[in-house]
Design a protein around this ligand. Structure first.
Ligand code: FE2
Length: 223
């Protein structure tokens, strides 16, 4: 089947809508966490992904916004945004967010999580060595992750693979366009995609809602 891999949407509804418009017909949408945090539209972003039937795991920002736990681990800007989001969500929406699983196995041989199979909420996988080590925590031959906001594909010596589609809502690889990937689960073929979106609109919404200005500025640089 064909799957759209989305991660780290970070409440950037404008970017998410642009990605969804750009998608070819897909059989499923898998979301590797951090649906909220940083951006201006946490409620509508979560609602849209649920409406589209996405399979969604929890990221560190999702857990912090849902429960208030782990906020002390964030930098001041991330923490300020998470506290805003926590106050904007209803109790019911926070419960929904808090109930997202750490890992899912949405199709044969595929495990999805936010950070890594070894530490689903917090581990950053930036290199092949960390990918190999962290995949020892699962028997799944293929993993889809997020968290770094940098698209990547690591193949281990035994033919296992870890795929990171990059970030829809706050890319950090120097390309400000929204990032996602398309996966053919049968062949394992991955194509990394980018789509331009109205960055100025998201920036305006961030400022209008009283979030830290830095969160708007960084979107233009993709850092
Ligand atoms: Fe993130």
């Amino acid at each position: 089947m064909t799957v759209a891999l989305l991660s780290d949407v970070h409440a950037n509804l404008v970017a998410l809508e642009s990605v969804l418009r750009a998608l070819p017909p897909v059989d499923a949408i898998w979301v590797m966490g951090d649906t909220v945090g940083y951006g201006p539209d946490p409620v509508d972003t979560l609602a849209l992904l649920r409406e589209r039937g996405a399979r969604i795991v929890a990221g560190n920002h999702d857990r912090a916004v849902a429960t208030g736990l782990g906020l002390e681990l964030f930098n001041p800007v991330a923490r300020a945004a998470a506290e805003c989001h926590r106050s904007w969500l209803s109790a019911e929406q926070r419960d929904l967010l808090g109930a997202l699983p750490l890992t899912l196995e949405p199709a044969d041989g595929y495990l999805i999580c936010h950070g890594s199979p070894r530490d689903p909420l917090w581990e950053y996988v930036f290199d092949a060595r960390t990918a190999v080590e962290s995949m020892a925590a699962t028997a799944a031959p293929r993993c889809c992750v997020g968290h770094t906001h940098v698209p990547a594909r690591f193949v281990t010596g035994d033919g296992r693979a870890m795929i990171n589609p990059g970030s829809v809502g706050q890319p950090r690889d120097g390309d400000p366009r929204a990032a996602y990937a398309l996966l053919d689960t049968a062949s394992g073929l991955v194509t990394f995609e980018r789509v331009a979106y109205d960055i100025a609109l998201t920036q305006r919404r961030i400022r209008d809602r009283g979030l830290p200005a830095f969160l708007a500025e960084r979107l233009a640089a993709g850092r």
